[in-house]
Design a protein. Structure first.
Ligand SMILES: Nc1ncnc2c1ncn2[C@@H]1O[C@H](COP(=O)(O)OP(=O)(O)OP(=O)(O)O)[C@@H](O)[C@H]1O
Ligand SMILES: [Mg+2]
Length: 266
């Protein structure tokens, strides 16, 4: 059997008295998109942050391509091939797209005689990357603070994947985007899948998650409550039932019966 690109075993995390994650196991293959859904506070972002090296788990292990890894920081996780597109995007508004992409990775300092040529090289590789992802930017030279939410999202996506990571994590990638911008982000995710990346997508937009995911896990109260695969098929009301912690099978032939729990009282 093929080894999983990413695998988590028995991951636990608590914050003071709050048990945010309890014994989470998951795996993602190369070329697979895993959707992660769940109510507010279910533990989705905490889980993604652990995978991205923002914080260590209290217990449990993370493996990449079958080897256990320990991340000391997000930069460390990035070196191991894990990239994350953050919910708040984390771009520098006063810099343009090229500078945002190469921030911290610039080839030379500005005072070097070759700096201008380097800028040309960075600009060209930015254009190539955007082309590969099918992303159109209004301008590479405007400060990104002047670009729309969708354009900013596109830059954040490009930045996360420019170093060709094994695992790419999106936390709410389509929240607050207009429909055409959403489609662009979803297309970029599909492109990543076809290039063999393992992709995790956290979202409250069930329509988007369903359209893009090969498999979906539902987090509830810090644990994996259910799993659905696109191949086997599932109905939207089953996702919703798992999110709120109701048994969908109880009412499977008739969706309404599953929703009206209190009808059985007494
Ligand atoms: N840094 C922190 N310090 C203390 N508690 C935290 C911290 N981060 C998360 N929590 C708690 O852990 C639990 C899980 O939070 P998390 O942000 O992972 O949820 P989520 O599923 O991403 O929710 P949302 O859908 O609202 O983004 C919540 O009870 C939250 O209050
Ligand atoms: Mg969150």
């Amino acid at each position: 059997m093929e080894t999983d690109a990413l695998r988590l075993d028995g991951v636990c995390k608590s914050f003071g008295g709050v048990q945010a994650l309890t014994n989470v196991n998951l795996r993602v293959s190369k070329g697979e998109v895993l959707g992660v859904i769940g109510e507010n506070g279910a533990g989705k972002s905490t889980l993604m942050k652990i995978i991205a090296g923002v914080m260590p788990p209290d217990k449990g292990t993370i493996s990449l391509d079958g080897s256990v890894v320990h991340f000391g920081s997000p930069a460390d996780a990035a070196r191991h091939g894990v990239a994350m597109v953050y919910q708040d995007l984390a771009l520098c508004d006063n810099l343009d797209a090229v500078s945002n992409l190469f921030l911290g990775a610039e080839i030379v300092g500005r005072r070097w005689p070759g700096a201008r040529r380097r800028r040309g090289a960075m600009r060209r590789s930015t254009e190539e990357l955007l082309e590969r992802l099918g992303i159109k930017l209004r301008s590479l030279d405007l400060p990104v603070g002047q670009l729309s939410g969708g354009q900013r999202q596109a830059i954040a996506v490009s930045r996360a994947i420019m170093r060709d990571p094994k695992v790419v994590i999106f936390d709410e990638p389509t929240a607050a985007l207009a429909v055409n911008q959403r489609d662009e982000v979803l297309r970029a995710i599909a492109r990543l899948r076809s290039e063999g990346h393992a992709v995790l997508v956290v979202s409250h937009e069930l329509v988007d998650v369903r359209s893009i995911s090969d498999r979906i896990i539902v987090l509830r109260l810090g644990g994996v409550a259910a799993e659905f695969t696109a191949k086997e098929g599932y109905a939207e009301h089953e996702l919703v039932a798992a999110i709120v912690g109701m048994s969908a099978s109880a009412g499977a032939p008739n969706a309404k019966a599953g929703v009206e729990l209190h009808g059985d009282n007494g």
